[in-house]
Design a protein around this ligand. Sequence first.
Ligand SMILES: O=C(O)CCC(=O)C(=O)O
Length: 301
Amino acid sequence: MSIPDIDRFNFDLNGFIVLRGVLSESEVAAANKAIDENQHQLAERKGALRNTKSNTPLSGDGSTGRRDLSGMLGWPEGQREVFRNILAHPRLVPYYTALLGAGYRMDHLPLLITSETGAEGFSLHGGPLGGDGSFNPTLQYRCVGGQMWNTLLAVSVVLVDHNEGDGGFCVVRGSHKLNFPVPPDMATGEALSENVFQPVTRAGDVVLFSEATVHGALPWTADRQRRIALYRFAPPTMAYGRQAFMHQGPLSHTQVLGQFHLLPLVFDMCLSIVTSLPTGHTPLHGLNQCSMAAPLSSWLC
Ligand SMILES: O=C(O)CCC(=O)C(=O)O
């Protein structure tokens, strides 16, 4: 299960790649129908939850926020399958394996992102260095002896067309190998915007990008709702999502143990995902490819 040389070259060069037509028209329709049925749960990021700096090229109309929602993997039967299939999709597994190693695992919870016309974008973030230029061990890309490796891979499933100038996902090509920190004015969209690229995508495409590649989102300008489903995967030996705890200080021993009431839920979901894997993926293969129970903490962020 290897990936084409041209894709390997492209990812290594740019830090991301667009895979065309991964989802069929009917799968895109199923995903959009499920989102329609759950639209009311989408939360808009207003006020203090806005992400961009006011009055910058990323801030959109200044008031419309992005909306997001997680939990699609646990939606009722008929709604969840198309989202669960991304975990071990036959077109994607070779890429996950090439970019993360055999035994890759889902990291923090996938989420839906939607934007109405005028919604703000998302400040540039990610990259292999911290803001002060220090090494950022959690977001790295390497290629050693022809083997690519990422500490965290984002998988963005595109559910509506993103035409040129529409906005949405944007990336600084090649920045997974940068050696100096991103200038603050670049992160806000105020400087060096000629280096910020918005890939044109169609509903059903999937964008794979290293979180070590500087990326974000441009304000949404199209007159239809933007929709993506965003997943993150990690190598079998790494967990990024647990960092969400650390932002509020480390948990005490008792608090960590307190999280274990979730274990049966996680195990249930793991089992039901394995049983709903696409044909050709045996339970053993599924468990190995996507060890969902491992990072208990990542279910909580
Ligand atoms: O909106 C997008 O496509 C980018 C989202 C993103 O980078 C993030 O949520 O971390």
